[in-house]
Design a binder for this molecule. Structure first.
Ligand SMILES: [Cu+2]
Length: 479
């Protein structure tokens, strides 16, 4: 089915008002013929995640000039954990590229002279040999160029395809290119760019310092980190995405892999529309959508009530133990009809009062850390474990989770804080004059990790300072 791409035809949007439309992206099933004339020239606006370039308002194809620079660069994988990332444009994921169907893209790939390795790019939006890989094979200090026409609309991954390919992708070399349909996308209030990736490091999750790529774990597909936008916490706390009640949000979701498939879910929302695999078919009322490695999805939803929505890979250990957790803070007026909040809470104890515990982990031998290293590791542990209940500012939640900020519970005896984490806490306790009667499950953490998190808590949130060692924790473990 060879035709000039400038003489195309579309189906009239008779049955469909969806963003990606129902018109076939190629020239089948056509009802109306018209010619599109290529005119003008533009330098593409590129953005770093979570930002997305502005929608395209042109009603004709143009020549788009895209320039991406590969930069090998040390950055943080998690607070206190460094990694030598290879990037398209200086961050992970690479720059977001936005063009229109029919655009002729003049693509330039630069390889920074300070880089050590050659790189290239395979854009899944390209019809042609290797998606451009061989055409863009670029040595450090060189620039290559090729041109392609964006035949199909959709949301596409691009990635490096230089051998060893898995390692280049595994070091962060992927991003998204959106090819908008001719009629454009439906207007929404907020658009964000979220891209998942799995990382394989010499040290375990949270081990501080500069971490090397681990080929053995990569081959076994056992990542230490599974993250959104290149870093644990890239989308949490102050970095959380934002929206207001009543606004519509579109997430351009990518998955660079290199190995894992993502079960993308937003806790507290339902996707009104999902363009599965980044294509043009919209499904509706979806809870979780699969995003293949080297694939994408577009999800859209309206924010109905205020909430902190949690973006996760619902293969859930990845979320709570490897980093794939992001936040979208929705602010605005409550709507108690849609969501009431808690209306009742009474004591219920089953026969025998079974309490929640988790299995003990074998205690690995760990090297002693300095106080600063402990605080760095402790911060990461706090963010991934304690924060869910005790909150980011450690002020807790009245009636449910006691504060760790200026807590008088362990002020005179840090061992009480150690025991809280080691053994859990239950029954009535008083913290800063308020009573709590909940259950904190014991935490499955090593002595070193507990020493780090308690040291972090003691030296933050207005607490009085101090340092706890793994040996201190070991002593309490036996109690
Ligand atoms: Cu590469």
């Amino acid at each position: 089915m060879k035709q000039s791409i400038f003489k195309t035809s579309i189906t009239v949007l008779a049955f469909c008002t969806l963003a990606f439309g129902c018109n076939n992206s190629r020239e089948e099933n056509t009802t109306k013929e018209y010619s599109e004339i290529l005119s003008g020239e533009e330098v593409a606006v590129l953005t770093d995640a979570p930002n997305v370039p502005p929608p395209i308002t042109r009603n004709h194809p143009t020549k788009m000039i895209v320039t991406l620079e590969v930069i090998e660069k040390e950055m943080e994988m998690m607070d206190g954990v460094k990694y030598n990332f290879w990037t398209f444009g200086g961050s992970v994921p690479g720059k977001f590229i936005r063009v229109r169907q029919g655009d002729v893209v003049e693509f330039h790939l630069k390889n920074n002279p300070n880089n050590k390795l050659p790189h290239n790019i395979d854009l899944h939006a390209v019809s042609g040999q290797g998606g451009g890989a061989a055409a863009t094979f670029t040595a450090p200090g060189h620039e290559t160029q090729f041109t392609f026409t964006a035949l199909n609309h959709g949301l596409y991954i691009y990635h490096c395809a230089t051998a060893p390919v898995g390692m280049h992708i595994g070091n962060g070399m992927y991003g998204l290119i959106l090819v908008e349909p001719k009629e454009g996308l439906k207007k929404v209030d907020k658009e964000y760019y979220v891209c998942q990736g799995d990382f394989y490091t010499k040290g375990a999750y949270g081990e501080s310092g500069l971490q090397q790529f681990n080929m053995d774990k990569a081959l076994k597909e056992q990542p230490d980190y599974v993250v959104f936008n290149g870093k644990v916490g890239a989308l949490t706390g102050d970095n959380a995405l934002k929206a207001k009640v009543g606004e519509t949000v579109r997430l351009f979701v990518g998955n660079g892999g290199p190995n894992l498939v993502s079960s993308f879910h937003v806790i507290g929302e339902i996707f009104d529309n999902v363009y599965q695999e980044g294509g043009c078919v919209a499904n509706h009322d979806i809870q979780t959508t699969l995003v293949p490695a080297g694939g994408s999805a577009i999800t859209e939803f309206k924010c109905d009530v205020p909430a902190t929505l949690i973006l996760v890979d619902h293969s859930i250990f990845r979320t709570f133990n490897k980093g794939s957790l992001g936040m979208l803070k929705v602010e605005g007026a409550e709507n108690k009809t849609i969501f009431s909040g808690q209306q009742d809470d009474r004591i219920y104890q089953a026969e025998g009062g079974a309490s929640q515990t988790m299995p003990d982990v074998p205690v690995a031998v760990e090297k002693p850390l300095t106080k600063e290293e402990k605080i760095a590791q402790g911060k990461a542990l706090y963010t991934s474990i304690c924060q869910a209940c005790h909150q980011a500012d450690a002020n807790g939640i009245d009636g449910s989770f006691p504060p760790l900020a200026r807590s008088d519970y362990f002020a005179t005896e840090p061992n009480k804080a150690i025991r809280a984490v080691l053994h859990g806490v239950s029954g009535k306790i008083t913290v800063n004059g308020k009573t709590f009667d909940g259950i904190m499950p014991k935490q499955t953490m090593s002595d070193g990790q507990i020493a780090s998190v308690i040291t972090y808590v003691l030296n933050n949130f207005g607490n009085k300072g101090g340092e706890v060692t793994a040996a201190d924790v070991a002593k309490q473990r036996r109690k």
